[in-house]
Design a protein around this ligand. Structure first.
Ligand SMILES: [Zn+2]
Length: 135
């Protein structure tokens, strides 16, 4: 199977501040993060497309007991992108002790940060982060 967007290309995009996903030429759905097929119709006629980089927090949790190698507390959130898909990432730039239900529905800007490889993954990689938008 040939991928329209490889993991390496996706990672390079994140490094440059670009959120690369896939546009389906069959059903016009946007798939993010990228995968082998369209998230809606499983089609493979896909082309690389960039997400706008904004979303709305739909849910979150504060991690106080973290996996080995991670430093709690931190906030993991799910945000719905303007393009439709939901993605999970760390909500940064906030004090986890002040996280409350008012976060749900807030607008966030997507970014990325480098995470070192650990016992659960072999290499360093870039992951999605969220920052609250002002206002
Ligand atoms: Zn499709």
């Amino acid at each position: 199977m040939e991928y329209a967007l490889t993991f390496e290309q996706y990672q390079e995009g994140l490094e440059k501040g670009k959120l690369l996903g896939l546009h389906c030429n069959t059903c016009e759905t946007f798939t993010f993060p990228p995968m082998g097929t369209c998230r809606n119709c499983n089609g493979t006629d896909l082309k690389v497309a960039e997400a706008g980089g904004e979303g709305i927090i739909s849910t979150f949790t504060v991690v106080r007991v973290a996996p080995e190698g991670k430093r709690p507390p931190y906030v993991v959130a799910m945000a719905e992108l303007k393009e439709g898909p939901s993605v999970i990432g760390n909500l940064i730039d906030i004090n986890p002790d002040e996280a409350d239900m008012k976060l749900i529905g807030k607008s966030v800007k997507l970014g990325s940060q480098m995470v070192e490889g650990d016992v659960y993954s072999s290499d360093d990689c870039r992951v999605i982060t969220f920052s609250l938008k002002e206002g």
